[in-house]
Design a protein around this ligand. Structure first.
Ligand SMILES: [Zn+2]
Length: 121
């Protein structure tokens, strides 16, 4: 069974198979696949998929929710080496600096609702 999708109001076919953006950089994506951040999927272009970059804001949120990240934003040795590479390329692809990334992590950690533990509802 084929799902028919058309542009609203026109009935013209909508080509959804080839018209979606990379969630990391916004260029045309090759497809959607699982993320290294966890049980979630994103759209990736060839370059972002090749270098292992992840979308910036989900990366910030994922790091901010880790209990073993100090509130100072310091990377702790408990992160696997491969994850340091994911952070590095994701921050670079987002056009951010490491200082900006950690400032964003600290800002997210300040929101009690996103804390894994110790936060007030
Ligand atoms: Zn991309």
């Amino acid at each position: 069974m084929t799902k028919q999708v058309s542009q609203e109001g026109t009935g013209a076919p909508l080509d959804i198979a080839t018209r979606f953006a990379c969630d990391v950089c916004g260029r045309d994506a090759l497809g959607v696949t699982s993320s290294s951040l966890g049980a979630i999927s994103f759209a990736y272009c060839r370059d972002c998929a090749t270098c292992g970059a992840e979308p910036y804001l989900p990366t910030v949120a994922m790091v901010a929710m880790q209990e073993d990240v100090a509130d100072t934003g310091a990377i702790l040795d408990t992160f696997a080496p491969w994850f340091h590479e994911v952070l590095f390329v994701s921050v670079l692809r987002a056009g951010k600096t490491a200082a900006e990334f950690w400032a964003d992590v600290i800002a997210v950690r300040a929101m009690d609702a996103l804390r894994v533990s110790g936060g007030e509802p």
